[in-house]
Ligand binder design. Structure first.
Ligand code: ZN
Length: 273
């Protein structure tokens, strides 16, 4: 007979020094259910912060000293952010002290973190590590793809007046997540999602922007931990998502992640590295 788990032979427990302990397979199963509950895609199930290489890019090529420094700071910010989650939930912003290249000391404070980087920069992986770090501390975050939000707003918009239960439920579901989750991870606030693939039409209509304002106004007022990942720079993000989200993004601590050791943006205050 073939077992799914060779360690416990599918019993679900092991005897260790006379003590009955749940088997690793049961723990894994619980984690999978938990990740499902918080919306975290299963592809992130096994990611670990240690896998975020400081010395190399996603292709194994060595990075420049500048890119290496960016990665060291990014990793440190993620570690500190995870640690400060309980403190943030008690109403205190995440605080990060750093020294710039001119040895000037800066202290950044915010409830929001933006991980900025192109494809293969590891931004989604770091965001997933934050989600898992929250879970480990017993605080359940919710993970959402930005496209889910935009599509829900856009589809609801199109169908306004025509009763469409599916799109109404989807919109209300996302609205509920955004208003009730204590920690939100918003992955891929990317340009590519703003175009409809049906027609080459911008989904960021005035009505969609108003809905985004309504969705995020509660979060903006109550200062709730929010993590964004994006392939856009600050100039591109601008105010195009409506004033409420623009303010949240403006106030966030931004971390630029190198892809191939190249960096586009100069140092600015409120933006580490
Ligand atoms: Zn087992």
């Amino acid at each position: 007979m073939a077992y799914n788990c060779l360690i416990c032979k599918d019993d679900g427990f092991r005897i260790n020094n006379g003590n009955v302990q749940p088997c690793e397979c049961v723990k894994q199963q619980r984690l999978i259910l938990l990740y499902k509950e918080i919306g975290l895609p299963l592809r992130f199930r096994d990611v670990k912060l240690e896998q975020y290489s400081i010395k190399q890019d996603a292709y194994g090529a060595d990075l420049s000293p500048v890119a290496e420094r960016q990665k060291i700071i990014a990793k440190d910010v993620v570690v500190q952010f995870i640690k400060s989650v309980p403190n943030m939930l008690n109403g205190n912003p995440f605080t990060y002290d750093f020294e710039d290249r001119n040895n000037q000391k800066h202290t950044l404070r915010s409830y929001s973190l933006v991980l900025m980087g192109q494809k293969q920069s590891g931004k989604s992986m770091l965001a997933a590590c934050i989600a898992k770090g929250c879970v480990k501390q017993g605080h359940l975050p919710y993970y959402l793809e930005w496209s889910e939000i935009i599509n829900a707003c856009f589809d609801y918009n199109i169908d306004a007046g025509v009763e469409n239960i599916t799109s109404t439920l989807k919109y209300e579901d996302i609205l509920n997540i955004l208003t009730s989750s204590r920690i939100i991870i918003l992955d891929n606030l990317d340009k590519s999602y703003e175009k409809s693939n049906v027609a080459d039409e911008d989904k960021l209509t005035p009505s969609v922007r108003r809905k985004l304002d309504a969705m995020f106004s509660g979060r903006a007022k109550s200062a709730i931990p929010t993590v964004f990942t994006t392939d856009q720079n600050e100039v591109e993000v601008g105010g195009k998502y409506g004033p409420v989200l623009a303010n949240i993004l403006d106030d966030a601590i931004k971390i630029e992640l190198p892809t191939l050791g190249r960096s586009k943006n100069p140092i600015e205050l409120k933006k580490v590295n």
